[in-house]
Design a protein around this ligand. Sequence first.
Ligand SMILES: Cc1ncc(COP(=O)(O)O)c(C=O)c1O
Length: 364
Amino acid sequence: MSLNVVHGGDLDEISRIYGIDKSCILNFGGNVNPLGLPQSVKRAIRENASDAPTLYPDVSYIELKKAIGEYTGIDSAHILTGNGSTELIALCINAVKPKKAVIVSPAYSEYLKQIELVGGSAELFPLREDEEYVLNIDRLKSVLHDGVDLLVICNPNNPTGTYITCAEIRELLEHCLKHGIRLMIDETYVEFASPDKQVSAMPLAEEYKNLFIVRGTSKFFACPGLRLGYGACSDREITEYISSHRDSWSVNIFAELSGKVMFRDRKFIEKTRSLITSERERIFGELYGCGDIHIYDSQANFFLVRIKREGVTSSQVFERLLAKNILIRDCADFPYLSDRYIRFCILDKKSNSLLIKELKNILN
Ligand SMILES: Cc1ncc(COP(=O)(O)O)c(C=O)c1O
């Protein structure tokens, strides 16, 4: 297999190709919370293991939506649930059926895939290296005109980690309203951001009908296998379309009962925020200004890094680290990035220190 297609986003693929046992890999590529599944969720699954599979989930997901409503501050009538955020991304795009979309890029590949599946086309709006990959709102507004029907932003953005604020999102929504454009924001990583940065658009969900917010639990609550995602939207046309076009029980019973406890687990939420915030500052401080790399400021639980050392590529760094059972994401396949970019997420302090040491060994 060509190394170009092995970028590190898929642990099973890496394990198969390189013949390394999955459990031996230190996975900096998955962007999953290093604290692992909350104890409260483990307990709920254990206690219901024998009976839950014999029942259907509540088809209206009333209690689950109530828990999400309390967590997000949104009326549960405006909450949608789905089989991971991926299902909601697809459902939202299906409901809007954009003819012409704008996607802020580089970004998660699923948006473009789904837009093309419904027969739409997308213009990729580039985040720029000379702007440190921070979204320039005025530049974006200049491409948002009447011919566009959907704008997609991931906030904080994967793979750059950069973000825009709720106030900037309001400015964009006002501009979009004038041109008949809907805004889909993917907030998969928003809970890792410091609350004082005011990154989430949730406070705007009930005010702006042209806003659709997608969130997942895979990363923050460390449960990608459960497949639980949710969305917030106050446009009844969209929510009714989604409710009538989705599989009635797309959230399985274990995801449903887990959701009812995880959003109320304040201890886990605070512990995660505290670990990610302190490690994010420490890693940035250790790598910023470090000879042969450039690290971009991030409000996510991962960092984008550019390799400045002549002649060293992202796949070489990827291979050197994998030889030590350390997996990072080679970002060569993202639009507007190149074979000089890598991404890695924040794990526990000891693992992060090991990665910093190995990166410095390779690049300094
Ligand atoms: C930005 C972004 N959105 C959505 C997803 C999919 O998450 P989920 O497991 O909730 O479907 C990912 C997964 O990597 C992601 O990076």
